[in-house]
Write a protein of this length. Structure first.
Length: 137
């Protein structure tokens, strides 16, 4: 049986979509798609249009940073999960919404093993520490 839908792209709303596109590029190692794949005819995306950003290695989904006029007010109903360095993301401008609960986390009591962060416009995302390298024999 075929499913009625499949994943295509991810969209993030932003009041300053140009700045937030640059922030996510710096945070994720993404680039603006139009810089990676410029139009042959010299066409340039208007600055008020959504900004597509992409993983230059092609391993991760396309993200559209979409201009909106209203500020983010309530918690996201969906969010990104990333593997990364919380301190480095905070240095780039993220804020910690909730820190992980330490090494002896008990999920049964609501403990979490990741940090909940927000991008500069308040969009929440979870940051998981990279896995420890496997010991070699």
């Amino acid at each position: 049986m075929t499913s009625p839908a499949r994943f295509k792209d991810l969209c993030i709303d932003a009041r300053d979509h140009q700045a937030l596109a640059d922030w996510w590029c710096a945070a994720m190692g993404y680039v603006r798609r139009d810089d990676l794949e410029p139009a042959d005819d010299g066409w340039v995306r208007p600055r008020d249009w959504p900004v597509p950003i992409t993983d230059p290695a092609g391993r991760a989904p396309l993200i559209w940073v979409v201009p909106v006029s209203d500020p983010k007010v309530v918690k996201n109903r969906m969010h990104l999960d990333v593997v990364g360095d919380t301190a480095a993301l905070v240095t780039l401008g993220a804020t910690v919404v909730r820190g992980k609960d330490g090494d002896d986390v008990d999920p049964e009591t609501g403990g979490i093993e990741w940090d909940v962060l927000a991008d500069p416009e308040g969009n929440e995302f979870c940051c998981f520490a990279p896995s420890e390298p496997s010991p070699t024999a």
